[in-house]
Design a protein around this ligand. Sequence first.
Ligand SMILES: *Cc1c(COP(=O)(O)O)cnc(C)c1O
Length: 568
Amino acid sequence: MTATDTTTDFDGRIAYYTMEIAIDNALNTYSGGLGVLAGDTIRSMADMEVPAVCVTQLNEKGYCRQTLEEDGSQISEPDPWPVEKHCDRLDVETTVSVFGRDVTVTAWRYDVESTKSDGVVPIIFLDTNVDDNDDKARQFTQRLYAPGYGEDVTLAQELVLGIAGTRILDELGYDVDTYHMNEGHAAFLTTELLQGRGLSPEQVREKSAFTTHTPVEAGHDEFDWVMVTDALGPSFDVDALRAYSHDQGLNMSLLALHLSGYANSVAKKHQEVSQNMFPEFDIDAITNGVHVPYWIGDAFGDLYDDHISGWRENPYKFKHATVLPDEDLWEAHQAQKRETIEFINEREGADLDPETLTIGFARRAAAYKRADLLFYDTDRLREIAETVGDFQVIYAGTAFPGDENGEQKIRDVVANAKDLEGVVDVEYVQNYDMELGAKLTSGVDVWLNNPRRPLEACGTSGMKAAYNGIPQFGTLDGWWVEGHIEGETGWKIGPEPAESTPDQTSDEEETRQDAMALYDQLENEVVPTYYDDREQWIDVMRQTIAFNGPYYHTRRMVREYLMDAYTN
Ligand SMILES: *Cc1c(COP(=O)(O)O)cnc(C)c1O
């Protein structure tokens, strides 16, 4: 195998397993934050010359290409991408038994090359779309999260990722020291180590690390035991697996936790939530980050080059952001804002204005993220726009195909946009992807994030915004619990974490209170500061960079994984 030998103090190879990865806008192999995190992690591992290899599913038909009808109804289509154009076919093959047949699995390779070191991390894409397989098996690796394909295909995908992925790494000759499961989808790798390779549970734990990413129950896949028994076949000892889950079924997070020597959550607050979900396990916290050079707009790149030497290699230097002059900071911001607004006006036929306070909101359209919170009381919203100061709002985000609640949120935003025409300009930009994500998080004035507490594990779009000097305005959940200083790095919506008792407050009541808090802050802080105290606004921008910049990057995050997760 030609994977680079690298120079680092850490000499074991890390195999990073993930169902999705956002590595390039041309590769439609991701759906949201989990994939973006995986991509940024691998980019930083390459920069740091960490000896790693990434294993994922090919997803040749992508995840979902979103278009919206007039009323905001989402049309979800496959989103194929040209695999041969970007990846090299590897001469490697293995089989895995799935629902009574041997499925052939092949692989493609894509190298993530660092732009600032000699580091390279190969991504191995698993592919079942080959002549040997029947029509059903050929579909297994085609579409991310198999929308509409049925739960048996989801289970098959996870068998391919965990079991075939591990066999393919063996075939390719990788000597893996640590297996890292980025979410529970890959947890079958532990069963391969146990039953395929004959390791003891202790030996498996020594080699395995697990990161859990969601406090939402549905984010933890669970398959009933009958289906698991059918899928794994008679040669597999399903009874031996029961000790690593519970009676209701095979829960992939429980399987991973039982067989990992190290487990972590992705923010301090998320640690508490995860610890409550899985009280019998020890769960550490490594807060997520972003790959800084990837997400910074051109004007800010130039600004930082002028004032913060070494930031590209070492984002801890953002501590020096206190030296950024007012005028330069503002000019860089306006340049990026003009570019973003032009991009959106052109793409959506919109008429957004670069001098108007612009609020950005982009994330998967999952119900708990409450895209419609801003419109809870449109009379109040109108009044703020008419009496305090004008603002416009840009939305983007795709609902999981068939997720009624998520799709309804988009229709709600679009209906409210029509209702507010002439008072508040609201645009819903179609087909949220990495490119649009980068444009939005580098070119709006304030980043709105109002998930229902405590359901946001971390959130990374606000970090991208912070690196572009854009303060966040949000509920104190996920990373914002750590990154927020009121009036200094942005503004909060609703109570401090210690004051909030989500279990005792109904959904409706909590949402009402948060909406009122949002309006109060918009009316008294965000809008007046922007228009009447520009100097103070620029101070907030600068503090956002100086306070959060040194920490919320994947270089720091990967270092923490190296020290704590990969050395147990
Ligand atoms: C950054 C990003 C995300 C993750 O953002 P969250 O704040 O975690 O919701 C999702 N999708 C895309 C396209 C992104 O760029």
